[in-house]
Design a protein around this ligand. Structure first.
Ligand code: BG6
Length: 469
C-alpha cells in the first residue's frame, strides 16, 4: 500500500476525555463536567464525583510521558483540543487565564521537541458550562463574540507553534445531541427546528470567523471544519430507500457544503422552508460564511443503512446517530458496524464534491482490552482485533489515494491513548495503542502500558504504510 511522502500520521484525543484536572490552575467547568453518563442520560445538576472525566487519564500531569510515547511511535501530528474553559473559565470572562495558556504552551513545546505538529480542535464538545447555563449555549448569538475572543487569544498566543486548526468537533452532532454539540441545556424534545437551525447558524458564522481571523493572524495557518462522517447506504435498491438516503445525506452535507462552498445551498433553504424555519441571518453573517475552510476533516467509525420503512428492520447502534442494520457487516462490542470500504466511499464522495484536501481525524475500534499478567515482547495487551480494524481501514484509505486520486492529508486514529468515552462516559471502551490503568469504578494507578498495536502502528509510520495489506 502506498501513501504520499508527506502523509501526516498520528493520533487524536480531546481535552475533556483525557486531561482531567477539571478545576486545577483556574480552569472553569465545561458541560462535560456535568455529563457523568455521556449521552446516556441527561446532565447532572451538580458535579458528580463519579464522573470519570473529572480526572480523565490525568494527561494534565502526564503529558510529557504521553507525548514521548507518541514520539516513540513516530507521530508526525497529534490532534488534541484546547479546553475552552481552561482559557476562559466562564467563557464570557474579560481576561484569559494565564495558567491555562501556559499549560498548552508546554504541550506544544513538548510536541516541537519531537517534531510533532499539533492539530488543534478549538471546541470539542466542551463548551464552558457557564455559557450553557446562562445563554443556553449556541442558541445565543452572544456566543459568537465569546468564541471570537477565545480563538483570537489562542491564535495569537500560539502563532508559529500551531499550524493546523479545527474549528468545531463534529459540528453536525447538533442535530442529534444539542447539549454536546452546541452546549444547549434545554432538553432536545423542547427544542424546535427553528432553535436548532439558528444555533447551527451561529456556530457556522463563528467557524467562518475563526477561519478568517486564523488566516489574518498567521497566513501559514491551515484551518479545517470537522464533521461526523457517516456513509449512508440505501437498505435496498427500492427507489423509496434511495430517496430516503438522499434526504438523509442532505443533513450530512448541510455543514460541509456551507463550510467548503461558503453559502447555504438551495436544498438547505428548502429544508428550512419546509420546517417553518425563518433564519435570523444578517448580510454580514452571509458575507462571513464566504471564508471557506482549507481542508475538510471528519471522524469515521461506521456506516449505516437507510430505509423508507425502517420499522421493518433491526435498528443499528452507533456513534450519536444510527440507521438500520446492514446484513453484510460485522459489528464491534458496542454494536457499531465495521465497514472499511465505507471509508473509501466517503473519501470519494467528499472529494468529488469539494476537490479540497481531506483529513481523517478520527477512526478506531472501541473494545474491551485485557492486561496480560506479564509483559510479552514489550507489550501488555494483545489487541490483534484493533490492528486488523486499522489495517483494513488504512488499506481503503490507500486505495482512495492511489486508485481514485483522492487528496488525503493524514490520519489520526481516535484515542491513541485510552481515554474516557464520549457517548457512554466509561473507561472500559478503549481505543488506544497505550493502555491506561483506570477502571470504570474510578480505581487505577494511571500507569501507562504499551499494547501490541503500539509496535504495529510504529511500523506503519516507519514504513509509510507499506506494511498495510
Ligand atoms: C466521536 C467524538 O464522536 O467519537 C469523540 O468526536 C468520541 O469525542 C469518539 O470519543 C468515539 O466515541 P465514543 O463514544 O466511543 O467515545
Amino acid at each position: 500500500m502506498k501513501f504520499p511522502k508527506e502523509f501526516l500520521w498520528g493520533g487524536a484525543t480531546a481535552a475533556n476525555q483525557c486531561e482531567g484536572a477539571w478545576n486545577e490552575d483556574g480552569k472553569g467547568a465545561s458541560i462535560q463536567d456535568y455529563m457523568p453518563h455521556g449521552i446516556m442520560q441527561g446532565p447532572s445538576e451538580v458535579i458528580d464525583k463519579h464522573n470519570l472525566k473529572l480526572e480523565g487519564i490525568d494527561l494534565y500531569h502526564h503529558y510529557k510521558e504521553d507525548i514521548a510515547l507518541f514520539a516513540e511511535m513516530g507521530f508526525k501530528v497529534y490532534r488534541m483540543s484546547i479546553a475552552w474553559s481552561r482559557i476562559f473559565p466562564n467563557g464570557d470572562d474579560e481576561k484569559p487565564n494565564e495558567k491555562g495558556l501556559e499549560f498548552y504552551d508546554n504541550v506544544f513545546d513538548e510536541c516541537k521537541k519531537y517534531g510533532i505538529e499539533p492539530l488543534v480542535t478549538l471546541s470539542h464538545y466542551e463548551t464552558p458550562y457557564h455559557l450553557a447555563k446562562k445563554y443556553d449555549g449556541w442558541r445565543s448569538r452572544d456566543l459568537i463574540g465569546f468564541y471570537e475572543k477565545y480563538v483570537r487569544t489562542v491564535f495569537t498566543r500560539y502563532k508559529g507553534k500551531v499550524h493546523y486548526w479545527i474549528t468545531f468537533n463534529e459540528i453536525n452532532s447538533i442535530w442529534h445531541f444539542p447539549l454536546m454539540g452546541a452546549g444547549i441545556l434545554t432538553q432536545k424534545n423542547l427544542l424546535k427546528a427553528q432553535d436548532l437551525y439558528q444555533a447551527a447558524h451561529h456556530e457556522l458564522v463563528a467557524s467562518a470567523l475563526a477561519t478568517k481571523i486564523g488566516h489574518e493572524i498567521d497566513s501559514e495557518n491551515k484551518i479545517g471544519c470537522m464533521v461526523l462522517g457517516l456513509t449512508s447506504y440505501p437498505r435496498t435498491c427500492n427507489p423509496d430507500d434511495v430517496i430516503a438516503t438522499m434526504e438523509e445525506s442532505k443533513r450530512g452535507y448541510f455543514f460541509t457544503d456551507i463550510h467548503m462552498r461558503g453559502y447555504y445551498p438551495s436544498y438547505a433553504l428548502k429544508m428550512m422552508e419546509k420546517e417553518g424555519v425563518v433564519l435570523d441571518a444578517t448580510d454580514e453573517d452571509l458575507e462571513m460564511l464566504k471564508n471557506t475552510c482549507d481542508f475538510l476533516s471528519f471522524s469515521y467509525y461506521m456506516s449505516k443503512c437507510i430505509a423508507s420503512n425502517p420499522e421493518q428492520y433491526e435498528k443499528g447502534k452507533g456513534n450519536l446517530t444510527t440507521g438500520v442494520k446492514n446484513p453484510y457487516l460485522q459489528e464491534s462490542q458496542w454494536g457499531w458496524q465495521i465497514d472499511p470500504k465505507g471509508l473509501r466511499y466517503l473519501l470519494n464522495t467528499y472529494y468529488d464534491r469539494y476537490q479540497k484536501p481531506l483529513f481523517i481525524v478520527e477512526n478506531g475500534l472501541g473494545a474491551k482490552d485485557t492486561l496480560l499478567s506479564e509483559e510479552k515482547d514489550g507489550y501488555w495487551v494483545e489487541d490483534d482485533y484493533r490492528i486488523q480494524y486499522m489495517n483494513d481501514h488504512l488499506a481503503q484509505v490507500s486505495k482512495a489515494i492511489e486508485d481514485d486520486g483522492v487528496e488525503v492529508m493524514g490520519y489520526t486514529s481516535w484515542g491513541c491513548i485510552d481515554l474516557i468515552s464520549a457517548s457512554t462516559a466509561e473507561m472500559k471502551k478503549r481505543y488506544g495503542f497505550i493502555y491506561v490503568d483506570r477502571n470504570n469504578d474510578g480505581t487505577g494507578t494511571f500507569k501507562r502500558y504499551k499494547k501490541k498495536s503500539f509496535y504495529w502502528y510504529k511500523n506503519v509510520i516507519e514504513t509509510n504504510g507499506k506494511i498495510i495489506s
